[in-house]
Design a binder for this molecule. Structure first.
Ligand code: GLN
Length: 486
């Protein structure tokens, strides 16, 4: 059962072949068994999950129709609010924060009868690419426990890879769903900017953040996206664009589909094993009838500096609210402390080093005198990055790249050099800058049996074509069905 997809579990629960309680218990047992080694969860909510599963079984017995994710255990990244569950963003500053409301995505999963089993570890406030910035310790990669699962949604990716849940939610501001999905050998989808409501997501960079699923198959990702997407009165940035039944677009037919390959952009600095897996993957797509087209993304090489200016600027503003007054941690009272000292000591004690670095960078680039040179310039170059994609999508339907230029690296290997860490986001950040949907699917292994991800990027709101291409690839391979030996 642990190897089952979300779709299969839903079928089994809805038809009564298996009870939601049995499913829930199996995944909870698995979670308990492996989490001590992986540290993928900040919180496991067994009792609440089992009670919810029992309620689903009761409703089935009473003849009621069940939701599209009935009985499917899900793990939720710890920067998404779940009513009554501590929601920490893996930060000391929110260590004891219990939100009084559900994020819209969580409410929609509940309406689809999915069962939340816990909250997953991540980089603090989703800032990072290795999960090493968590206040609660790093997550370990289920394929090689001395290595990173990627970040920032490392816990969600590891949880799905290790079969603790067939479905998890993460957030992606510059690659935080796709990169850990690639590193852990699972599917990770970042929808179009605005496709999914961010109400109840602890904001990192509001012009870039999106929420999306981790799964074993593209079909499950399509199913989950249909369940969570769509307009939301609580989030003005959630688009009113109609939400199709994405699973229905998975025809397996990509004959004549034009897939763009930015050869010059992916030529440099890509690990040999990643390169070989990527070349084989685009060969497979060609074998399925797709047409490979060379494209240029001339400004893509500026995407890293642009991203790290825009994201830090927005983060410095979004994180101003954590000052010890309203949410979470407040530094111990001291009679000499005035209000300003209380703010500053709370933030000094509550935030980790990377979050502080980002707040300082962001404050700097927004400050009078530097705003035009950095922030404004970054916004202008962001437009050029977006235009590159618009031009490319005049001649192709989907764009293929590796998800990450490197395989999962060793824990501790890159923590001393933040710039090296940032540079490895080279293939993921531009989809966020341009607002485009992108998916990472397992496409093989590099040396040492470390997973490699193939990233496909689609047109705005055209997840249907993106998912069709990804599913067609998956049908020709069995990478997604392989499980780590933990
Ligand atoms: N690795 C990127 C960063 O550190 C992206 C993070 C994310 O997508 N949340 O900002």
């Amino acid at each position: 059962m642990l190897q089952s997809t979300a779709s299969a579990i839903r079928e089994d629960v809805a038809s009564g072949r298996v009870s939601a309680v049995e499913v829930c218990r199996a995944f909870l047992d698995r979670t308990t068994a492996v989490n001590a080694a992986l540290n993928a969860f900040n919180l496991v909510t067994s009792e609440r999950a089992l009670a919810q599963a029992a309620e689903i079984d009761r409703r089935r017995a009473a003849g009621q129709t069940l939701g599209v994710l009935a009985g499917v255990p899900v793990a939720i990244k710890d920067n998404l609010c779940v009513r009554g569950m501590t929601t920490t963003a893996s930060s000391r500053i929110l260590e004891h924060f219990v939100p009084p409301y559900d994020a819209t995505v969580v409410a929609r999963l509940a309406a689809a009868d999915a069962v939340v089993i816990g909250k997953t570890n991540c980089d603090e406030f989703a800032m990072g690419s290795s999960n090493e910035n968590s206040a609660f310790g790093p997550v370990r990669n289920p394929w090689a426990q001395d290595r990173t699962p990627g970040g920032s949604s490392g816990g969600s990716a590891a949880a799905v890879a290790a079969r603790c849940a067939p479905l998890a939610l993460g957030s992606d501001t510059g690659g935080s769903i796709r990169q850990p999905a690639g590193f852990c050998g699972v599917v990770g989808l970042k929808p179009t900017y605005g496709r999914v409501s961010r109400y109840g997501l602890l904001a990192f960079a509001s012009s870039l953040d999106q929420i999306g699923p981790f799964t074993h198959t593209v079909r499950d990702a399509a199913l989950a996206l249909s369940a969570i997407a769509g307009a939301d009165p609580s989030d003005a940035t959630a688009s009113r664009e109609a939400v199709p039944d994405f699973a229905a677009s998975l025809t397996g037919d990509i004959k004549g589909l034009r897939i763009g390959v930015p050869r010059a952009f992916v030529a440099d600095g890509v690990d040999a094993g990643v390169r070989a897996a990527f070349d084989a993957a685009i060969g497979t797509l060609r074998g399925s009838g797709a047409q490979l087209v060379d494209i240029e993304l001339p400004h893509a090489r500026y995407a890293i500096p642009v991203y790290y200016l825009v994201a830090t600027a927005e983060a410095s503003s979004n994180l101003a609210r954590y000052d010890g007054v309203r949410y979470g941690y407040r530094s111990a009272r001291d009679k000499d402390q005035n209000l300003k000292q209380m703010y500053s000591r709370t933030r000094d004690e509550g935030f980790g080093a990377e979050v502080k670095r980002r707040i300082m960078l962001g404050t700097y680039v927004l400050s009078a005198g530097y705003y035009d040179a950095y922030y404004l310039k970054a916004q202008q170059v962001r437009t050029l990055v977006r235009q590159d994609y618009q031009q490319a999508f005049e001649k192709v339907d989907v764009i293929a790249m590796p998800t990450s230029p490197i395989p999962p690296f060793r824990l501790g290997e890159r923590t001393g050099d933040p710039l090296q860490m940032y540079l490895a986001d080279v293939f993921t950040v531009s989809a966020n800058l341009a607002g485009l949907p992108a998916i990472s699917v397992p496409c093989g292994f590099s040396e040492g049996h470390l997973p490699v991800g193939l990233q496909l990027t689609g047109r705005m709101f055209d997840e249907a074509t993106l998912l069709r291409a990804a599913d067609a690839y998956e049908r020709e391979t069995d990478w997604h069905a392989q499980a780590p030996a933990i």
